[in-house]
Design a protein around this ligand. Structure first.
Ligand code: PBG
Length: 326
């Protein structure tokens, strides 16, 4: 055969790496850490094999384990000792994330990102304050504008504790602006915001809600998180966050939304983050446990694909395991 083009020539060992378009490094990865104010020992999360909630006393050790794999950044989630209607433990000075942040930033070199949301802290499990009677009337939802000041207060309390980046995930309209203004007013104009800009109302968050104890006690999040059917809307959502001063733009979940990751990469000149969420992690583990998939290979391929689609950084429960193989 006279074939002028033989793409297989460049697939041999030796040249393959020279022409590889995408490279995954531990520096691309962010590992989630769950700090639990209700626990005095580490508790495994059943639906997320290998992940655990750690008590405050273990927050530094847990972070050091992550750093040992070459991963340099963590995102902190808190499980508070108590919950109330307005999620007041989210913005308490001595809240679990604030305390953990203080310890981790003073004792390690980890880059500490904090998730800013109210759902782990409210008694009803929604991401903000809800209207009276929302538990019985499905047309009622989270009060957007009343929630903004609480998110801003949470962000400032995290920055005061030493958080190096703030990641608001509440899908409240105007949240980036409210947080940027509050951070600047409090003297934290150098603290960047990584907005969960295009966050979908996804069933892939199931295991996380067990992990962080943040499932809504009534209704769902479709009044504020995005409809999985919508792609162009993601660009509008992201544009608003860019206008409001978001430094890093996140798409979440990752694998089922690679079209959105790719759009955000092409349309916006900002770093793009993707959150490889709990359900994406759980399903690969479940298949591997049955012997149906090779976990190390599919985990690596998943993260590589997220990067290939356009993500600069990936938040993933696979961070440590994959980093160790790179
Ligand atoms: C908080 C938050 C959630 C996740 C990250 N931040 C849960 C949710 O929105 O229901 C999900 C992460 C995951 O599934 O790994 N709002």
């Amino acid at each position: 055969m006279e074939l002028p083009h033989r793409p297989r020539r460049l697939r041999r060992d030796g040249v393959r790496d020279l022409v590889s378009e995408t490279m995954l490094t531990p520096a691309d990865l962010v590992a989630p850490v769950f700090v639990d104010a209700t626990a005095d020992e580490r508790t495994p999360i059943p639906s997320m094999p290998g992940q655990e909630r750690v008590p405050l006393a273990d927050a530094v050790d847990r972070t050091r384990e992550i750093l040992d794999t070459g991963v340099e950044a963590i995102v902190l989630f808190g499980i508070p000792a108590s919950k109330d209607d307005t999620g007041s433990r989210a913005y308490a000075d001595d809240g679990i994330v604030q305390e953990a942040t203080r310890r981790i930033t003073s004792e390690t070199d980890a880059y500490v990102i904090t998730d800013v949301c109210l759902c782990e802290y409210t008694s009803h499990g929604h991401c903000g304050v809800v209207e009276a009677d929302a538990d019985t009337d499905p047309t009622l939802t989270v009060k957007n504008d009343e929630t903004l000041s609480l998110l801003a207060e949470t962000a400032v309390s995290h920055a005061e504790a030493g958080a190096e980046m703030i990641a608001p995930s509440a899908m409240t309209d105007g949240m980036v602006d409210a947080i940027r203004t509050a951070l600047d007013d409090a003297g934290f104009s150098d603290v960047p915001i990584m907005s969960y800009a295009a966050k979908y109302e996804s069933a892939f968050y199931g295991p996380f809600r067990d992990a962080a104890d943040g499932a809504p006690s009534f209704g769902d999040r479709r009044h504020y998180q995005m409809d999985p059917a919508n792609r162009r809307e993601a660009s509008r959502e992201v544009a608003l966050d860019v206008e409001q001063g978001a430094d890093v733009l996140m798409v979440k979940p990752a694998l089922p939304y690679l079209d959105v990751v790719s759009d955000v990469r092409r349309e916006f000149d900002r770093p793009v983050a993707a959150y490889n969420v709990s359900g994406e992690y759980a399903m690969l583990h479940a298949a591997a446990e049955k012997g149906w998939l090779d976990l190390e290979s599919v985990a690596h391929e998943s993260l590589l694909s997220i990067k290939r689609a356009g993500a600069d950084l990936i938040i993933t429960y696979f961070a440590e395991d994959v980093a160790e193989t790179l």
